[in-house]
Write a protein that binds this ligand. Structure first.
Ligand code: 9WO
Length: 231
């Protein structure tokens, strides 16, 4: 392969990577060279002997802020070294990640993911280096590393050759926009609970229709915002 899809991660905790991404689907794909991971220590771009990356916030307030000069040095060095693709800063303030966006990013040559710690990163370097602010959900963690892993995992499973069974991805896009129907396997009777009869029937058209109804019903109850509005 000429240049596999590459996740470049800027973090003060590069040892966290690959972490969970080294297992299962993403881990096997990584071993096969279907994608590449470059976890870069932000501290290596600090200039003082304590390798400081943060400082106190102008205007006062709790905690510390990551310095723009350190982040910019890192980004510029990585860009010169060919770190490709959109630049993403993981923050609860960001625009919410969607599967549509994941599909776009899986088509890029890779991603540069900036992981904040403390109270976040100086806003000027986010703007000056063209980072998009992205959130994976409405909660606050202690840093951007776990969200970065989530973004990478979501992209990697869409790369060519990563999911062996192309039917799985097709089925997923068939289900487009709805929550998934429930799944069942053996034993057929477990703790007095049977598997829905229709799934044992072998009537594939009926099974398809049942799953569709289940998907619609669970979506209506949990995520009505995902359903097209009538009018
Ligand atoms: C911490 C904090 C403490 C005192 C006052 C204000 C404060 N804000 C924050 C904060 O937002 N810290 C973030 C921690 C800074 C960026 C990295 N961190 C982070 C990213 N937490 N959660 C995310 C995240 C990213 C994407 N999607 C969901 C959550």
């Amino acid at each position: 392969m000429t240049r596999p899809w590459t996740a470049t991660v800027l973090t003060i905790f590069p040892e966290m990577f690959p972490g969970p991404l080294g297992f299962s689907l993403s881990g096997k794909a990584l071993e096969k060279g279907l994608w590449k991971l470059d976890a870069v220590d932000l501290r290596s771009y600090a200039t003082d002997r304590h390798r400081t990356v943060d400082d106190t916030p102008f205007g006062g307030g709790a905690g510390m802020v990551m310095r723009p000069d350190v982040v910019a040095r890192a980004v510029d060095d990585l860009a010169a070294g060919g770190a490709p693709g959109p630049r993403i800063y993981l923050t609860p303030r960001g625009e919410r990640l969607t599967q549509a966006r994941v599909r776009q990013w899986a088509e890029e040559p890779g991603l540069l993911l900036l992981c904040g710690r403390y109270e976040g990163v100086d806003q000027r370097v986010i703007e000056a280096r063209g980072f998009r602010e992205v959130s994976i959900g409405d909660f606050v963690l202690s840093g951007g590393e776990i969200p970065a892993m989530a973004v990478i995992d979501a992209c990697v499973r869409l790369l060519p050759g990563v999911v062996g069974d192309a039917a799985s991805l097709e089925e997923e896009s068939f289900n487009e926009g709805l929550l998934e129907y429930p799944h069942y396997t053996r034993p057929q009777l477990w703790e007095g609970r049977p598997v829905p009869e229709v799934l044992l029937s072998g009537h594939h058209a009926e099974i398809r229709a049942w799953r569709r109804r289940q998907a619609l019903e669970i979506t209506r109850r949990r995520r009505p915002d995902l359903l097209p509005t009538l009018s």
